[in-house]
Design a protein around this ligand. Structure first.
Ligand code: GLN
Length: 309
């Protein structure tokens, strides 16, 4: 199989689908991104080779895909048991910024680490005396697991997130009122907004996905970065909650552990086989990349990567 040709075909097949989506505008700086951009990187674990096509070097905001690295860091620092005392591992069936399920179910914890409530709680579990210290740790960890020492904060996106993040403030204050996390609300929100505003490329994301797919051992140097059990748990939550209220549909039709972000990124970690990073900024109504989903669907079918088959 000529994977480079297949990636080019994948992008040709998905290139027009941005027309049925829209870039996120609720964070104004994201609204400026060109919706026609499309890139993909495929990390083949079997042969330890990386293939890439399209806008694979264009930096974009990691957004909710950051919930994967920050959960991994919290797990590495605190252990599985301690982290899952503060956040559950259940799909919500609600949008990523919904508060509804917390009230209806009278929960003591957010339902999973990949909705905003859960991610804010997970951010509070990162050791550090303030937002600056927590974010420093998060950024250094992202550099390590994406194998990219040049990752930086996108200041424009960060300020835009912070200025308009009133929904996230509501979620955080609601949780604080119910004693769901320790620390100062605005300080935790600040490091949450920053974690979402790190610039990445599909190459960075394919490395992160390949590390997860490889059970926590970095395929680029054979060093263990993550405990295997942490990589396993995170992949399983990606199956049940990685694409919010579209997770069930995506799992049954595409069938690979994945995580999306409103910056237009998507990662897929296919155990022992491959890590994939995709970027297509136009989103569907659930907030997932339209072209990204189409590209993944195409590629997964061509390469028989569905983990349930
Ligand atoms: N920063 C975004 C938010 O908090 C992340 C959401 C997402 O990517 N789904 O709303």
């Amino acid at each position: 199989m000529n994977i480079q040709k297949l990636l080019n075909d994948t992008l040709d097949n998905s290139a027009d689908s941005y027309k049925s989506g829209h870039v996120a505008t609720y964070i104004p700086a994201l609204g400026k991104v060109d919706p026609t951009l499309l890139g993909i990187t495929y990390y083949d674990l079997k042969n330890n080779l990386v293939y890439s096509a399209g806008n694979d070097c264009t930096p974009f905001a990691i957004e909710s895909i950051s919930k994967v690295p920050v959960l991994l860091l919290a797990l590495e620092e605190n252990g599985l048991k301690n982290v899952f005392q503060h956040v559950d591992e259940e799909p919500t069936g609600f949008s990523f910024n919904s508060i509804l399920n917390m009230e209806i179910n009278k929960r003591h914890y957010p339902m999973n680490p990949f909705v905003n409530t859960g991610a804010i709680v997970v951010n509070s579990l990162i050791p550090g005396k303030d937002s600056a210290e927590r974010f420093d740790r998060i950024l250094n960890f992202m550099k390590e697991i994406c194998n990219d020492p040049d990752l930086t904060l996108n200041e424009e996106i960060y300020h835009s997130e912070s200025q308009t993040g009133n929904m996230n403030r509501s979620l955080a204050y609601y949780m604080k009122a119910n004693d769901m996390f320790k620390g100062d609300v605005e300080d935790i929100l600040d490091s949450y907004f920053k974690q979402c505003s790190v610039n990445v490329t599909t190459k960075d994301l394919a490395n992160l996905a390949a590390l997860l797919a490889n059970g926590g051992i970095a395929p680029w140097n054979n060093q263990r970065i993550l405990r295997e059990e942490n990589a396993t748990v995170v992949k399983s939550i990606m199956v049940t909650a990685g694409l919010y209220d579209q997770s069930g549909d995506f799992s049954s039709h595409v069938g690979v552990p994945s995580k999306s972000g409103v910056g237009g990124g998507l990662i897929s970690a296919i155990p022992q086989k491959a890590g994939i990073g995709v970027f297509g900024p136009a989103l569907d109504k659930e907030g997932n990349s339209v072209a990204g989903i189409k590209a993944l669907n195409f590629l997964v079918k061509k390469l028989n990567l569905n983990i349930f088959e």
